[in-house]
Design a protein around this ligand. Structure first.
Ligand SMILES: Nc1ncnc2c1ncn2[C@@H]1O[C@H](COP(=O)(O)OP(=O)(O)OP(=O)(O)O)[C@@H](O)[C@H]1O
Ligand SMILES: [Mg+2]
Length: 259
């Protein structure tokens, strides 16, 4: 089957700085892959290339077997900050992506779907609230529902929970796993948090410092929900990844987050 995302020898420079020198990685259909790597290694940039927001300088980036420019409608983004329109209710924010992509009439036709998605993210009763009335975690749930409302086959998530408090972060991780299990979209999830990656992913792709290449790929077969601290196999993977990560980011916050 064609991979959902494939980077083959992708190279990219910003000015004189080489970001990628022939970067290769892939994400299978329906797979949940975490892209883990030190700050500035080009994780968000990879998502921009996949979303056709930025062209690569060389090599091939493919989305469902085609150039990103032909596949923007296969993709939805969830960012670190939910980027909701404050003057629109939660339900109308869920419809916003569909409205921008398909027009007001098609968005209106999706209202029942948007309601179902709000229920899926645990906000069935909050559709008429405006963003300032929602907690940070609730706003991020609206952003997830908005992403799902355009029926993407691939969801790109860029550190979507990193601005939340630890409890909301934990809850949303569990929720995104059950949403993924229910909807079976392909997810490429950027994080610099090893524990988060181990909780979520089928596979972790660990990136190096610039010029960026894949340092390690880790497959996690343990069933979800996972308890990183209690499962000895996952704890071992955590130790391996932490040791690798330490060589990349000597002063990383990652260790504190694990502790
Ligand atoms: N438009 C741009 N012009 C010049 N340099 C850029 C541009 N966009 C990104 N960069 C540089 O490219 C590198 C990769 O940036 P990117 O945002 O992808 O990193 P990241 O891995 O997402 O980091 P973080 O974990 O801090 O979010 C960084 O060194 C950044 O400064
Ligand atoms: Mg980033």
């Amino acid at each position: 089957m064609t991979d959902a995302i494939r980077f083959e020898g992708v190279s990219l420079k910003f000015g004189s700085e080489t970001i990628y020198d022939r970067l290769d990685f892939h994400v299978g259909q329906g797979e949940f892959v975490c892209l883990l790597g030190p700050s500035g290694c080009g994780k968000s940039t990879a998502l921009r290339i996949i979303g056709d927001l930025l062209p690569a300088d060389g090599g091939t980036a493919l989305v469902n077997g085609r150039p990103p420019g032909e596949c923007w409608s296969d993709i939805a983004f969830v960012f670190q900050s939910p980027r909701l329109a404050p003057w629109r209710t939660a339900i109308d924010n869920v419809l916003l992506g569909a409205e921008l992509r398909f027009g007001a009439r098609e968005a209106e036709a999706r209202r029942p779907k948007a309601e179902a998605l709000l229920a899926l993210v645990g906000l069935a009763d909050s559709g008429s609230k405006y963003p300032p009335m929602l907690s940070g975690g609730e706003r991020q749930r609206v952003a997830i529902a908005r992403a799902l409302c355009v029926d993407p086959s691939i969801i790109l998530m860029d550190e979507p929970f990193s601005a939340l408090d630890p409890n909301s972060r934990r809850r949303l991780r569990a929720e995104i796993v059950s949403i993924w299990q229910e909807t079976r979209r392909t997810v490429l999830f950027v994080t610099h948090d090893i524990e988060e990656a181990l909780t979520l992913a089928d596979r972790i792709v660990l990136l190096s410092n610039k010029p960026t290449r894949v340092l390690e790929t880790v497959v996690i077969t343990a069933p979800r929900p996972r308890d990183v601290a209690r499962d000895p196999d996952i704890a071992r993977l955590r130790d391996t990844l932490s040791a690798l990560f330490r060589t990349l980011e000597p002063n990383s916050e990652t260790e504190e987050e694990i502790a």
